[in-house]
Write a protein of this length. Structure first.
Lengths: 114, 115
């Protein structure tokens, strides 16, 4: 069965600093991987998704993630944090190409210090 | 822009009451989902539907029920609310695969408190 582990329930960085949110997955078959963002009192919004076309995936708002099969990781990065990036971030995995069954990680809350 | 709506956004209700959480989407998506999310925790799939008159239970057992009579509408009902049902409920929808990995679009959620 597939699963997702997000390391660090809370990450705090200074404005302008590198953002790194960690995600490791477990899957017996090649996975489809997602990063979603959730702002306060809102639903989830897709940041980016990995579909095996390219290991480095660029998403919205300047975020990107790199799929590393040898490390079973899909970490999310952004070179320079903005105050507006403060939110909850969820890594998710699906082994279904229709993405009907998605398993979510427990989330990482990103705080940005002025 | 995702067009998926949930009402009410917030609901405080007493134990034993029957409640229905509404979810509607205007994108013509065949697939719809209900997730339960506790604060600081991951989302758990409680119900899904692949089309009209199709409903299935998700990975997390739930006392709620759902119906899918129309493509755009996927309401969730609790016959008798209990404090253990206090949570946030998120509705989502997605298109068919068609060779392109689809994304799930989420509504804003309903925060339910049962007293």
């Amino acid at each position: 069965a597939q699963s997702v582990t997000q390391l660090g329930s809370h990450v705090s960085v200074s404005e302008g600093a590198l953002v790194l949110l960690r995600c490791n997955y477990s899957s017996s078959v090649p996975p489809y991987l997602f990063w979603y963002v959730q702002y306060p009192n809102q639903g989830l919004q897709l940041l980016l998704k990995y579909t095996s076309a390219a290991t480095l995936v660029k998403g919205i708002n300047g975020f990107e993630a790199e799929f590393k099969k040898s490390e079973t990781s899909f970490h999310l990065t952004k070179p320079s944090a903005h105050m507006s990036d403060a939110a909850e971030y969820f890594c998710a995995v699906s082994v279904d190409s229709s993405a009907s069954k998605i398993i979510f990680g427990s989330g990482t809350r990103l705080s940005i210090r002025p | 822009e995702a067009d998926i709506y949930q009402t009410p956004r917030y609901l405080v209700i007493g134990t034993g009451k029957k409640i229905t959480l509404e979810c509607s989407q205007t994108m013509g998506h065949d697939k719809m989902y209900w997730y339960q999310q506790d604060p600081g925790m991951e989302l758990h799939l409680i119900h899904y539907s692949y089309g009209v008159n199709s409903t299935e239970k998700g990975d997390l057992s739930s006392e709620s029920t759902v119906s899918r009579i129309r493509t755009e509408h996927f309401p969730l009902t609790l016959e008798s609310a209990r404090p253990s049902h206090t949570s946030q409920y998120l509705c989502a929808s997605s298109a068919g695969g068609g060779g392109i990995l689809p994304e799930q679009y989420f509504g804003p959620g309903t925060r339910l408190t049962v007293t």
